[in-house]
Design a protein around this ligand. Sequence first.
Ligand code: ATP
Ligand code: MG
Length: 258
Amino acid sequence: MKNIIAIANQKGGVGKTTSVINLASSLHLSGKKILVVDLDPQANATTGSGIEKTELKVSIYDVLTKQSKITDVIIKSDSCGFDILPANRDLAGAEIELVNSSHREYRLKETLTEVSPNYDMVLIDCPPSLSLLTLNGLSAAHKLIVPIQCEYYALEGLTDLLNTVNRLKNGINPELELLGLIRTMFDSRNNLAIQVSEELSKHFNGKVFKTAIPRNVRLAEAPSHGIAAVILDESAAGSVAYIALAQEICKIFNDGGN
Ligand code: ATP
Ligand code: MG
């Protein structure tokens, strides 16, 4: 089953974590079993799903450095309903510790394959870099989702990311496939946003998700409550959009026979 999806963009603050938490919760609400993998030392997906990162005894760091079994580290987010492989600041050290290890780009893939068959989908929240951690996410994934804020510099970063994806496809992960681009914090009254959106559609024919995510204060507030916006306030414009996007993604999965 090709059910592992990395959410990546090396540009910071474009809505990767917000998308992971709200898509995972929307999919959970529709009856799917979901695992979120927090691959970012900032650990925003962990705290955003109500888990106190400073109280974690073990984290994804221990899994990547082979000190713990993945099944001993995965916990349930009570507020969001999905399972999560949580992170904390320790993860920043993994990058340095793994540098001289064999198979260093495959550490996540090797361990995720043990548990991914137990889930309908696995969503990996990547850090804002093209670091070894992101490479681990992209080599473990079957598919890639790229959140994009439709602003002037959006396309520049995208080229770097897609060059990396092409390199990976020719090397460590030939099956990696772009599932789609999410337009985040989208303001349909903003001319620049409309222009960038049109550029994206031109360059990525058919790969831009129809559902755009509007800028919405509930999406920004929810992490401070440790809960997904789609659960906190399902009628907020941002929540409605993420629920629709989750359905769009499920449809692509079903049509693609995954
Ligand atoms: P990083 O690169 O640091 O990991 P990121 O790409 O994961 O960032 P988020 O943390 O999801 O991005 O979002 C960045 C900020 O923008 C956060 O404060 C988040 O709450 C806010 N935000 C994200 N999406 C929206 C939205 N649609 N409307 C309003 N605020 C949003
Ligand atoms: Mg993030």
